[in-house]
Design a binder for this molecule. Structure first.
Ligand code: ATP
Ligand code: MG
Length: 158
């Protein structure tokens, strides 16, 4: 059975629904119905869970989390983006974002709990898929966008 990314995203969002509702955070999902991905569904779900949980955790009351999914035929890749209107990551600390146990100073000073392992594990999982995982500021008003790209089909036979 082909991997259903829209289903993985929906399950990941459902798992955070209560946390989001408690903070009046809106979660918008705009993912194409059939997105091809050459990926381990359990591992990809783990990555999504961390990105969605981070987006909800590091976004204050009343914010928005947006998840989009697109396939690019020319590069044979599928890209998922998780954008939030949250606290952002201080620019000078961004190079350490995927380090084990890294926690940004603004998250720590606001008393938001975490281990600092989710992104390091997510990066290792996406690397194993020969994909990419990156973060950038969402826009001039703050927030963060995480972008996951994975191959949409198996590599050619050698
Ligand atoms: P856990 O191991 O439970 O996931 P964590 O959420 O603290 O703990 P990571 O997911 O690895 O760890 O994230 C590392 C750090 O990066 C966070 O502690 C936080 O400082 C920062 N961070 C991650 N996602 C966001 C985000 N969406 N907005 C702002 N800061 C973020
Ligand atoms: Mg996390």
């Amino acid at each position: 059975r082909p991997l259903s990314l829209i289903r993985l995203v929906a399950d990941s969002v459902d798992a955070r629904r209560a946390d989001a509702t408690a903070k009046q955070i809106t979660i918008d999902v705009d993912v194409a119905r059939h997105l091809p991905a050459h990926a381990d569904p359990v591992r990809l779900r783990q990555v999504l869970d961390n990105l969605v949980s981070n987006a909800v955790k590091y976004t204050p009351q009343g914010g928005t989390v947006t998840i989009t999914g697109r396939h690019d035929d020319t590069t044979a890749t599928t890209t998922l983006r998780v954008t939030d209107t949250g606290i952002g990551i201080p620019a000078e600390q961004r190079p350490h974002l995927f380090d084990r146990f890294f926690r940004a100073s603004n998250a720590v000073s606001q008393g938001i709990k975490g281990t600092g392992l989710g992104l390091a594990i997510s990066k290792a999982i996406i690397d194993a898929h020969h994909g990419t995982l990156s973060a950038e500021p969402a826009g001039p008003d703050g927030g963060t966008t995480f972008t996951v790209t994975v191959p949409s089909c198996p590599p050619p036979e050698p």
